[in-house]
Design a protein around this ligand. Structure first.
Ligand SMILES: [Fe+2]
Length: 508
């Protein structure tokens, strides 16, 4: 910062001085507090959420090394990354009870427009983030380049996937869950890096420290700073394979109970994600399923497939679950199912993109055994959703999936067991950022016997890049060969085209 900037800054009157609006003298009392980077999310045509969290000593205690007092945080949004043309600014108060996290819901912006943002606290200036608004509801806007991924176990690998996603300069990034992991690998298992705290996360301080540790990663920070994100958690933000009120695991013991653990986990999730205030948790519940409209081009239906399961998943691993056929079972819960069907009926955009966590297409073998933590464990629920979009005339449903640490491309059928049943939708499954470590070259598609709708499979770590236009969706499965070393290049393993009005995967 130049001397001029320091001199010209007057606290509270920084509105009109453009490039120097966020100048100021760094406080001797507070070390640099923006070590967790910045983020934005949930764009609207006239605004976006800006996020940061003050943490001068990120792993300290669970409060990031912040005092118990409140801190004023100034923010500004400009049309250029030098902040010569600041179009919005303001001040919020970061409080100790919320781990000095900041969620600014900016409005008054232009639709389908790119912006830059930054924060200032105690004279320190944050890194600059790039974000953008959605197109106006009644316009298509520009074609949208988006990317989505999931599953970023810190110990399993470096975040090259996040770095490569940032370099794509997408208009939007979706994260479909397992942003953090609540457990660590065994000490004897070789891993490229380790969680600072090996114990399983149980309380608020634990979860906060884990987010801080992940967010100190410069590759992750680059991905947040590159584009607005739409985030939904999966299970590891709380506990592996949990389902509604049921725990899949009994370790560790929870002296304060399962509800308190969920309360702590979701509080930390909200504090660390670029979410709107409507997502602020209420006790152990957090409202995260939501629709984000991208003009007339697309509607993102973001699902929560963990909190509302009507019954416990049949369990870990690959098995036959006799209860799975019970029509009363629902994966998203009946209320969320109905909310999704209502959204389909609105048909607001060319593409109905269903961002969710677990494997959607049938993968069961001839005996009906499958991964029962996914939709195969709730086939009646899946039927209602697929038939629901067919009945409502949804032309272009595309399910976006995470969780399985593998890339898949699937065609969806109302009757998966009948090869003559028409294709009614498309599923794109992203591999992981790092979970599972280095992938391996594979040939063929597992579980394809009896499931010819499963078309593509890869074990390599990566993400899905998709370019949405009014006539087609260009899909590229992007991957890196290794995550145990930094800086691997990204390549395209497979490309498909989804044509408007024609569900399923076509050759490019
Ligand atoms: Fe995962």
């Amino acid at each position: 910062m130049s001397k001029l900037n320091r001199r010209t800054f007057v606290f509270g009157t920084a509105v009109t001085v453009g490039a120097v609006a966020l100048g100021g003298r760094a406080s001797a009392a507070l070390a640099y507090p923006f070590k967790l980077g910045v983020a934005s999310g949930d764009p609207l045509p006239d605004g976006v959420v800006l996020w940061t969290r003050l943490a001068p000593d990120p792993l300290k205690n669970g409060n990031g090394g912040m005092p118990t007092t409140s801190t004023a945080v100034d923010w500004e949004v400009a049309t250029d990354d030098k902040f010569a043309n600041v179009v919005r600014n303001g001040r919020v108060t970061a409080v100790y009870a919320d781990a000095h996290s900041v969620h600014v819901e900016v409005n008054g912006l232009q639709p389908d427009y790119e912006y830059y943002y930054r924060f200032r606290a105690e004279g320190h200036i944050s890194p600059v983030g790039r974000t953008r608004t959605a197109p106006a509801f009644d316009t298509f806007g520009r074609d949208l380049l988006m990317a989505f991924t999931s599953c970023a176990h810190y110990e399993d690998g470096f975040y090259t996937v996040y770095r490569r996603m940032a370099e794509e300069r997408p208009g939007l990034i979706l994260h479909l869950g397992d942003y953090i992991y609540e457990t660590s690998n065994k000490a004897e298992d070789p891993r490229p890096r380790r969680h600072a705290d090996k114990a399983e996360l149980v309380d608020l301080g634990d979860y906060r420290r884990r987010y801080a540790e992940y967010k100190m990663d410069s590759d992750l920070q680059a991905a947040h700073a590159a584009a607005p994100w739409l985030v939904v958690p999966d299970d590891h933000e709380v506990e592996n394979n949990y389902a509604g009120d049921h725990r899949a695991n009994d370790n560790p013991s929870l002296p304060n109970g399962w509800a308190k653990r969920r309360e702590d986990a979701y509080k930390a999730y909200y504090e660390n994600m670029p979410l709107r205030g409507g997502a602020k948790p209420n006790g152990h519940k957090i409202q995260l399923y939501r629709r984000v409209r991208w003009g007339r081009l697309a509607t993102f239906h973001m699902l929560d497939t963990r909190q509302y399961r009507s019954d416990q998943a049949c369990g870990d691993g690959w098995k036959y679950c006799p209860e799975a056929g019970d029509p009363a079972r629902s994966l998203p819960g009946i209320a969320q199912e109905n909310w999704l069907l209502d959204g389909f009926a609105q048909r607001q955009g060319t593409w109905d993109l269903i961002g969710q966590q677990v494997f959607f297409a049938r993968r069961a073998d001839a005996n009906g055994a499958s991964g029962m933590d996914g939709w195969d464990g709730y086939p009646a629920s899946r039927d209602r959703i697929q038939k629901g979009w067919v009945q409502r005339g949804v032309r272009n449903p595309v399910v976006l999936t995470g969780d399985v640490h593998r890339a898949w491309a699937n065609e969806l059928k109302v009757d998966f067991t009948n090869p003559a049943s028409p294709v009614v939708g498309t599923e794109l499954v992203t591999s992981s950022v790092s979970s599972g470590g280095n992938g391996a070259d594979t040939t063929g598609v597992p579980d394809q016997a009896g499931n010819p709708h499963l078309k593509f499979y890869s074990q390599h770590r990566g993400y899905v890049r998709a370019k949405l236009s009014q006539t087609k969706m260009d899909v590229d499965f992007r991957a890196v060969k290794k995550v145990t070393v930094r800086g691997e290049p990204v390549t395209t393993l497979r490309s498909y085209v989804v044509e408007e009005g024609r569900p399923g995967l076509q050759a490019p």
